[in-house]
Write a protein that binds this ligand. Structure first.
Ligand code: ADP
Ligand code: ZN
Ligand code: ZN
Length: 724
């Protein structure tokens, strides 16, 4: 005990026990809590985070810290507290949580220093004729700039999917030129709010301290204007604002609406390089960036003086990280707003049942926008009964007639399908055999151009079989509809109408998507056919008809969230119709149009649907009424995964017996996952439902970090988004 060396606690980015004691040698300063440190670990050196300098019972033989990397904490106290909360909520090692919270450049030890602003970076089009013929991406840049009509910042072009090395190449070719930004850009003022918008803005602006608002506004009701005017007051008081958006919504148009109102915006999205991301992070921390717009991971950005958080499309699945640390960025904003004692606005036309439930229990304040902005009216719904109908490329005669009439009236038409590719399966006409993936329990999707079979789950590709593997018959028939097949059929039916297919295959990059969207925005009659990509946030003022090819699958899936997701999708796609002067129509094809969920959605709108669905979740004891966690395990040898989950189950059950006040535990499984075999591994799952959150967490925590076989992969998912 004579030893007085300074011992500190360090979290290292490793699983298992990720917190260790180290000592600081006399020549080093004692680090701040939250500072990065280089420490020896096993046979290597890692960068860890100092989490405590006052260690009650230090380990007797500690290793020395090699280097203290920060004088100021890299992880601010507020974010360290958030990370510690996540450690217990998501049952994940602290060192690895901290590794997620830090931007990757900081994780690797980059000096945390703001670099001077980059040279002028506004790109103009000078000579479009100089591009190489057939260079599609070059053409896309030119089209984009021609259409936007003025200079674009490198950042905006990057967000649109064009990387800087390509821009510089075009600069070298004389196609583009870079000029300094004008000192003042064209700013836009606030719109005169509608009565409903005004009530919403007043409510948010009057909030003092922690308050969560659920802004439920029908599609096209002007939620963005409410965000903007709520932000104005906060920015006026010298504070900063964080705006989270789903990945796909991060189009230059969205960014423009914020930038042209306030200036000084920064953004975080997947197209940013590590260095740029770190610079944005540092500028927010220093208070230089006033408004940060970002996707999921932006929730971990430090701010000097954050005054408001906004989450747009709060129901969107992209806020939930589906691997590693399975956090929900939306849920974390609630925690952060609470810690910082500031207001939070969750906005959506189709709120998640979680938020809806919280609003009903008056944990959140519910604000409604029931009218569309600018006088546009809500679209009208119609269903088409597919029973006994002969279809052409999945379209009934009625639907074909309706499409005709909308095109004739100069409207644009949007056709929605939930499957990319040509046809979801290839079936033997003689014996009914179907092509399945060699590595998964999944049917293969037929694709054209090039013709191949693709597994949408593991992405394996196969050549088309010449004959049935079971009976040898040569007649193999594509069954069902994919976007490629719909495109082919629509092209035959409407040969003179421009047709745009929008799905993951046609829009590999934001650049491709934006160039298609820009052509559509011109407003001439056209048909868009695509997947849920079309549903998200886009503003298509000229669309008067939305056609849903088939609404059935989603309402019949075994996943308890499937009806909610399907209703959200239908309402969001439908919301693209009639956003301007013209009345919009939504036609839904179905083999069971009398389905009560569909009927309720149509007759009472999303709210009526949500009320009913929430009631049935409460009755079934499912989230959000009861908290859920899902344990997943997978291995080549199925017994390994199943036995591991059985062991977990036994340990939860015995914990429930020995812990006080754990009564309402419900453990289902282990059962095979809905798709039991994926990429050669067999997957099992165990669902844990508890009466209350504290009970759930105490039971999960009782597991500790169990010993496992090296070839077993397993995870705990708290508040799982899908039961797949
Ligand atoms: P939401 O996000 O709720 O679907 P948006 O914010 O995209 O709706 O708004 C839809 C359209 O209505 C936009 O073109 C927007 O500029 C317009 N708008 C919003 N508020 C007003 C207003 N108060 N007066 C006129 N137009 C408005
Ligand atoms: Zn056969
Ligand atoms: Zn597969």
């Amino acid at each position: 005990m004579a030893d007085t060396k300074q011992v500190i606690q360090v979290a290292v980015p490793r699983p298992l026990h990720s917190v260790y004691d180290y000592h600081i040698e006399a020549e080093h300063p004692v680090p701040q809590v939250g500072a990065r440190l280089l420490v020896p670990f096993g046979r290597s050196e890692v960068i860890g985070i100092c989490i405590s300098t006052e260690v009650a019972n230090p380990h007797t033989s500690t290793k020395a810290v090699i280097e203290v990397l920060d004088t100021e904490a890299a992880i601010a106290p507020e974010l360290l507290a958030l990370a510690q909360w996540m450690q217990h909520y998501y049952h994940y090692p602290l060192g690895e949580v901290l590794a997620t919270v830090l931007p990757s450049a900081a994780r690797k030890g980059t000096v945390l220093e703001i670099k001077p602003e980059a040279p002028p970076d506004l790109w103009h089009l000078t000579n479009a004729n100089l591009i190489s013929p057939r260079a599609k991406t070059q053409q896309a840049v030119v089209d984009h700039l021609a259409r936007v009509g003025d200079a674009q910042s490198g950042e905006a072009l990057e967000a649109a999917g064009f990387n800087r090395s390509m821009l510089r190449k075009l600069e070298g070719m004389g196609v583009l030129i870079r000029r300094a930004a004008p000192t003042q850009r064209q700013m836009t003022g606030p719109l005169a709010p509608s009565d409903e918008q005004q009530v919403a803005i007043n409510g948010i602006n009057a909030a003092v301290g922690f308050n969560v608002f659920l802004l439920e506004g029908v599609t096209g009701s002007g939620k963005t204007e409410v965000y903007l005017q709520s932000m104005a007051a906060v920015l006026g008081a010298g504070k900063q604002v964080l705006v989270l958006v789903p990945e796909i919504a991060l189009t230059p148009q969205t960014l423009d609406r914020f930038e042209s109102r306030f200036g000084g915006t920064g953004m975080v999205h997947s197209g940013l390089g590590e260095g740029q991301r770190l610079q944005t992070w540092l500028r927010c921390r220093a208070g230089e960036i006033k408004v940060l717009i970002g996707t999921r991971s932006a929730v971990f950005t430090p701010f000097k003086n954050l005054g408001l958080i906004i989450v747009d499309e709060e129901h969107d699945s992209s806020y939930k990280q589906q691997e590693g640390l399975r956090y929900s960025a939306r849920d974390l904003t609630v925690k952060r707003a609470q810690q910082l004692d500031i207001p939070l606005v969750l906005g959506s036309a189709t709120p998640s049942l979680e938020s809806f439930y919280n609003a009903k229990r008056e944990r959140y304040r519910h604000i409604l926008l029931t009218q569309r902005a600018g006088g546009a009216t809500m679209p009208r719904y119609q269903t088409i009964d597919l029973r006994g109908q002969s279809l052409r490329s999945g379209l009934s005669d009625t639907l074909i007639r309706v499409i005709h009439s909308h095109l004739e009236a100069n409207g644009q038409v949007l056709v929605y399908l939930n499957r990319r590719g040509f046809a979801p399966t290839l079936v033997c006409k003689a014996c009914g055999w179907q092509n399945v993936c060699s590595d998964c329990d999944a049917r293969l999707t037929l694709h054209r151009q090039p013709e191949q079979l693709i597994c949408h789950h593991c992405n394996l590709r196969f050549a088309l079989p010449k004959q049935c593997e079971k009976c040898g018959h040569h007649d193999l028939l594509p069954v069902g509809m994919g976007t490629q097949r719909a495109e082919e059929g629509l092209a035959e039916l409407f040969p003179d109408i421009p047709l745009y297919r929008i799905d993951r295959d046609t829009t590999r990059s934001n650049a491709q998507l934006n160039s298609q969207l820009e052509k559509i925005q011109v407003g001439d009659p056209c048909i868009m056919v695509g997947t849920q990509m079309l549903a998200k946030g886009h503003h298509f003022p000229q669309v008067t008809l939305v056609a849903v090819i088939n609404a059935d699958a989603g309402f019949l899936s075994p996943d308890f969230r499937a009806p909610e997701r399907t209703a959200q999708l239908i309402v969001q796609v439908a919301g693209r119709a009639g956003r301007a002067e013209k009345q919009g129509e939504v036609w839904i094809q179905s083999y069971q149009p009398e389905n009560p969920l569909l009927q309720r959605l149509i007759s009472q709108g999303y709210r009526g649907f949500a009320e009913a669905e929430l009631t049935s979740r409460i009755q079934a004891g499912l989230p959000p009424a009861q908290p859920m966690a899902m344990l997943r395990a997978e291995s080549i040898d199925p017994a390994l995964a199943r036995d591991f989950l059985s062991h977990c189950k036994a340990s939860f059950e015995s914990a429930a017996k020995s812990l006080h006040n754990v009564t309402g535990l419900d453990i289902l499984g282990p059962i095979p996952a809905p798709m039991a075999r994926l990429a050669k591994r067999t997957r099992f799952q165990l669902v844990v439902l508890a009466a209350t959150r504290p009970e759930l967490h105490r039971v999960l925590a009782s597991l500790g970090r169990p010993k496992t076989h090296h070839s077993l992969r397993w995870s705990i998912d708290v508040d799982p988004y899908d039961a797949m």
